[in-house]
Design a protein around this ligand. Structure first.
Ligand SMILES: Cc1cc2nc3c(=O)[nH]c(=O)nc-3n(C[C@H](O)[C@H](O)[C@H](O)COP(=O)(O)OP(=O)(O)OC[C@H]3O[C@@H](n4cnc5c(N)ncnc54)[C@H](O)[C@@H]3O)c2cc1C
Length: 470
């Protein structure tokens, strides 16, 4: 690294240091100073695109295996979904094919949290799915055999046990599905801390640096074109969240990916009546480390239609029909979003790409939903008194038609590993799929059967198997 490079790094760290004194109090935004700056190296063994939980952990594990790794993030580490989620690290309700990965992630979260020397708010506090409508009981019970098969501690709670767990609840739930070994962590603390751990492992992290395109020669990847120059590399992991489809399509690899807006809100500090995450069919809540609760409308999402969504919607028919009232449709994806009608689908590597035009995708929350959540939370727990919301936000969740991710090498672009479509559970599973993506990029045995997550499932004529709506 040269002198100019060092001083740039110091400058960005100093301004970050001042900001960090106050501590993060909500999702990462573009207003947050750059923590990871500096010049890019000319070459690396592996370039990781995307600084969410998936990309950060992939980079970390590859560096630990001795690779020289560069991680480029168009905005801020964890600026998008990875700091906007509810903070649930959940095995409960996951697809049986994903369970081994989620269980590995659960173990890795604990190891990584200890290694960061920072307090990520990681705690084993359990997940509870509350039964408000008797109709949900069968769905929850049908998941128990998967838990048993994998040795998980999941069980059904009776109405009496549920009432004992939430003695102050006005809503008397008729039972619950409960996994005590599930965990929680504070997303806006955890993923930036993991990125610092990755830096200590040798990863060169660069924020404010969009990958515009891949360099491809004779059918193989030879590098990445970024807005700050080229990096030579024969291996790339794409962990671009809601932007992955736009990036891949520009290289002739279309994937049916939808991104849905999901709104969440943080209450002011309130008495502690629960330490983990719980949800019924209308409301989800999770105790935060700062004494408040993160609220969300459990299964409500909004699709802002653009050309990609329009094309992909037929593939999502089964998923959407499983909960027809859980999705609202908006005809226009706002300007600058990955799937806006006006977003360019093609650009030259030497011109600004849509990625750097939107550093941090920070969708406005649905205010009506925020008011409704606060009302519902207050009605469920009248002893809490007035529910005051201190912050509301939203994120775009990227999802695939069968609710399981793509975690595979891309045959059409040898050297590329795709890790995307983590749906509403990517925070929890992140360190598991990140580790696997690193091994795929290094041509190592990933240690899990990844057939279900193959990229070709959308084009090889096979019938898609739906993941559970739990
Ligand atoms: C409101 C909400 C609640 C959720 N709740 C939970 C939960 O409780 N538990 C759970 O497990 N999951 C939850 N999720 C889902 C979870 O947050 C995501 O699945 C996970 O964070 C996805 O991680 P990622 O790294 O794949 O994507 P992201 O975190 O979205 O990261 C992708 C990154 O790639 C960058 N990028 C994209 N394109 C480029 C490019 N060309 N060049 C450079 N950088 C690029 C983006 O800027 C972005 O920072 C929730 C999500 C939301 C929005």
């Amino acid at each position: 690294m040269g002198e100019a490079d060092d001083s740039e790094n110091r400058r960005s760290r100093n301004s970050f240091g001042a900001w960090a004194m106050t501590g993060p109090t909500g999702p990462v935004s573009a207003a947050q100073p750059v923590e990871h700056g500096g010049a890019l190296p000319e070459a690396a063994d592996l370039v990781v695109i995307g600084g969410g939980v998936a990309g950060v952990t992939a980079a970390l594990y590859a560096a630990r295996a001795g690779q020289s790794v560069v991680l480029i993030e168009k905005g801020r580490i964890a600026g998008e979904q990875s700091s906007r989620n509810w903070g649930w690290i959940r095995q409960q309700g996951r697809d049986p094919d994903e369970l081994p990965l989620v269980m590995e992630a659960n173990r890795r979260w604990q190891e990584l949290a200890a290694e960061t020397n920072e307090d990520l708010g990681l705690e084993r506090t359990g997940t509870v799915y509350l039964i408000r409508r008797e109709a949900d009981r069968g769905r929850y019970e049908s998941w128990l055999p998967h838990a048993r098969e994998h040795g998980l501690d999941t069980r059904m709670l009776s109405a009496r046990e549920t009432a004992e767990m939430f003695p102050d609840a006005a809503a008397r739930w008729q039972g619950a599905l409960y996994t005590p070994s599930d965990m929680r962590a504070e997303p806006w603390v955890a993923v930036p801390a993991l990125a610092r751990l990755a830096v200590r492992a040798g990863v060169r992290v660069r924020e404010d640096c969009a990958a515009r395109a891949l360099d491809v020669e004779a059918g193989r990847i030879t590098g990445v074109v970024t807005e700050h120059g080229r990096i030579r590399a024969s291996r790339v992991v794409l962990a671009g969240g809601a932007w992955s489809s736009l990036f891949l399509r520009a290289h002739g690899v279309p994937i049916p990916q939808l991104s849905v807006r999901s709104t969440a809100a943080a209450t002011e500090a309130l008495p502690e009546f629960c330490r983990g995450g719980a949800a019924d069919d209308r409301l989800a809540f999770r105790r935060r480390q700062d004494g408040g609760y993160t609220l969300a409308p459990s299964s409500y999402h909004e699709i802002f239609v653009g050309p990609d969504a329009f094309r992909a919607l037929p593939s999502f028919r089964r998923q959407l029909m499983a909960d027809p009232l859980g999705t609202a449709y908006r005809p226009w994806a706002p300007r600058g979003w990955p799937d806006a009608w006006s977003t360019p689908r093609r650009w030259q590597p030497d011109e600004a790409s849509p990625f750097e035009r939107c550093r941090v995708l920070d969708p406005p929350p649905n205010r009506a939903k925020v008011r409704q959540m606060a009302r519902r939370f207050g009605a469920a727990f009248p002893g809490l008194g007035e529910i005051r919301i201190k912050r509301a936000w939203a994120g775009l969740i990227d999802t695939m038609p069968d609710l399981v991710p793509i975690l595979d090498r891309c045959e059409a672009l040898p050297g590329l590993v795709v890790l995307t479509g983590l749906s509403g559970h990517g925070f929890g599973i992140g360190p598991g799929v990140g580790r696997v993506a690193a091994d795929l990029a290094m041509d190592r045995d990933p240690g899990h059967d990844l057939t279900r997550f193959r990229l070709s499932r959308f084009s090889d004529g096979s019938e898609l198997r739906q993941g559970p709506h739990l």
